[in-house]
Write a protein that binds this ligand. Structure first.
Ligand code: E4P
Length: 217
């Protein structure tokens, strides 16, 4: 399983990219709004940092296929690495089909059932984004959805990639990897948590103490 970072915060993207662990970025309208900056500007800056797929979502206020297609073309024109993120609706599927036909990569988002994922794949989506954490929030096991989609795609020979989204903690990450997600898109705070273990810290402290006891500083 590969990692994308799920944020529009440029400093966090730089930190994760410097660590060498991410190969793509996902954003959404809420994450863009949180930064309070012009969409095209932030996306162009992100593209100058990460050399990999960058998902930019159509505006939350655009709900018809024509509007999404037009916006999708503009998003794709920002940088060759752009992926157009489209909500999982009948209009979204229509837009996905057209953009795919034009050679534009797509990420169908807000996927909460295996059938939604299957429809998105059949409409030509490059990626589907099942939202793990938001399902857990309503007492439905998000990881079961990831496993179902992975199994269906495998049986049907579908090459649409599964991005496990709405990842909230390191256990989610392990669960997604075991369930067969191709990618997990993870906030920086979770990447940082994943690096940590108290025995790692204790081990470093002991190595330092032992070394200093014989060789000094
Ligand atoms: C996915 O692409 C979304 O941007 C994101 O993972 C949503 O996460 P949230 O449910 O924590 O807002």
């Amino acid at each position: 399983m590969k990692f994308f970072i799920d944020t529009a915060k440029v400093e966090d993207i730089k930190k994760a990219n410097d660590m060498g662990v991410i190969c793509g970025v996902t954003t959404n309208p809420s994450l863009i709004a949180k930064e309070g900056r012009v969409f095209e500007e932030v996306i162009a800056e992100i593209a100058s940092i990460v050399d990999g797929p960058i998902s930019g979502e159509v505006k939350a206020t655009t709900t018809d296929a024509e509007g999404m297609i037009e916006e999708g073309r503009a998003i794709a024109a920002i940088h060759p690495n752009m992926v157009v993120k489209i909500p999982m609706t009948p209009e979204g599927l229509k837009a996905c089909k057209q953009l795919t036909k034009e050679g534009i990569k797509t990420n169908v988002t807000l996927v909460f059932t295996a059938n939604q994922a299957l429809l998105a794949a059949r409409a030509g989506a490059t990626y589907v984004s099942p939202f793990l954490g938001r399902l857990d929030d309503i007492s439905v096991r998000g990881v079961d959805l990831i496993a179902e989609i992975a199994q269906i795609f495998d049986v049907a020979g579908i090459d649409t990639q599964i991005i496990a989204a709405s990842v909230r903690n390191p256990i989610h990450v392990t669960d997604c990897a075991l369930a067969g997600a191709d990618i997990a898109t993870v906030p920086y705070a979770v990447i940082e948590q994943m690096t940590k273990h108290p025995l790692t810290d204790a081990g470093i402290a002991k190595f330092q103490a032992d070394y200093k006891a014989v060789f000094g500083e």
